[in-house]
Design a protein around this ligand. Sequence first.
Ligand code: AMP
Ligand code: GLY
Length: 424
Amino acid sequence: MNILILGSGGREHAFALKLNESNHVHQLYVAPGNAGTEKIATNINIDPTDFKAVKSTVLENDIQMVVVGPEAPLVNGVHDFFLADAELKNIPVIGPKADGALLEGSKDFSKQFMQKHGVPTARYQSFTKENLEEGFAFLETLEAPYVLKADGLAAGKGVLILFSLEEAKIELKEMISNKKFGEASTTVVIEEFLKGIELSVFVLTDGKSYKILPSAKDYKRIGEGDIGLNTGGMGAISPVPFADDAFLDKVEELVVKPTIAGLQKDGIDYRGFIFIGLMNDDGNPSVVEYNVRMGDPETEVVLPRITSDLFDLFDGVANQTLHEKLFHITPEIATTVMLVSGGYPGSYEKNKEIFGINDVIESTVFHAGTISKDGKVVTNGGRVMAITSLGDAIENALEKSYRSIQKISFENMKYRKDIGFDLN
Ligand code: AMP
Ligand code: GLY
């Protein structure tokens, strides 16, 4: 079978490598892909939100399954587009339709969903310009820190955590009246601050049954000690040591089951990944957010631990036979460390030649912002590559990742040297 993966990050390179292991996969295509996917698949240089271009790619290359990496095509309705098109409607799309993708596309929708279906989450209310004054009054009922969230997609930047009431009121006004995040902050969710330690749990579902994938923790801040600006993620570890079986059982009972049942009750036929951002407060889970895709760099530690055939699992999602599929996870620990361009998450230069990738032997190099130019691999983004290793303890896996990094270089390469610092 020929498969098309939409996206261009480390997540999509990880999907491509894992699908390539399957005997069922004939030819892989990645759109637009990166220098890593180019080695094992055919890159097609189109925008994954340009559905007409996606359609031509599918028809020209006899694609029989589409795996969607990022959220934008899902929220924009790529799955619905396939179902509505006579030539595409029988080609399965791994990823929810627009109704399910609202779990990520609208914070207000996802909070209403959680409340309606009894999924534990922070107390909240939503506000628009019509009831801005009530927003100020609601803030006064809460204690610092204050959490303000733009309702719509804001490239991961739409959440503000503010330490004074005054600042919170100013920012609420900025978001709603001055469109700080454009249309995304027309509606703003204000919610209680949750205490605890953050982690993520990933679910693959065919809408009826589900598999709970390995848990992971990512390191979002640019600076060591988890300080400085937020990034897409600077590293990750799986499994999460503080998510023991008792906690994960609670996550399944209190979060996963009501989420899947809620989707069914609401008539949302959801086929794809659900990425559940959780707070563990003294052993009790509370949902911070849903995403309707896998995480990046979490995928780069989750997929290497899955020993079952990923295509077979996707086939189960497409045909609603996921319950019949084998699903095994290695107990080994996976760690990944992200190499980034100097300046990221602010402005940075591209086109820096990357040296030493082929010298890495004890880790897997997942390409993210890379591109091939004149036979060289050069940087093409802020997050450049994720270096993943497996080990029987976090320290062993991390040592491998850091040793491998010594072999790789590009001008102004940066990375965090303290991934996992809080878990030892
Ligand atoms: P989100 O985009 O909803 O994941 O929010 C981004 C980050 O803000 C999360 O990963 C958390 O670190 C933090 N955050 C969001 N909501 C809350 C909350 N209610 N309490 C504490 N931290 C939060
Ligand atoms: N690493 C966080 C995300 O993929 O949203």
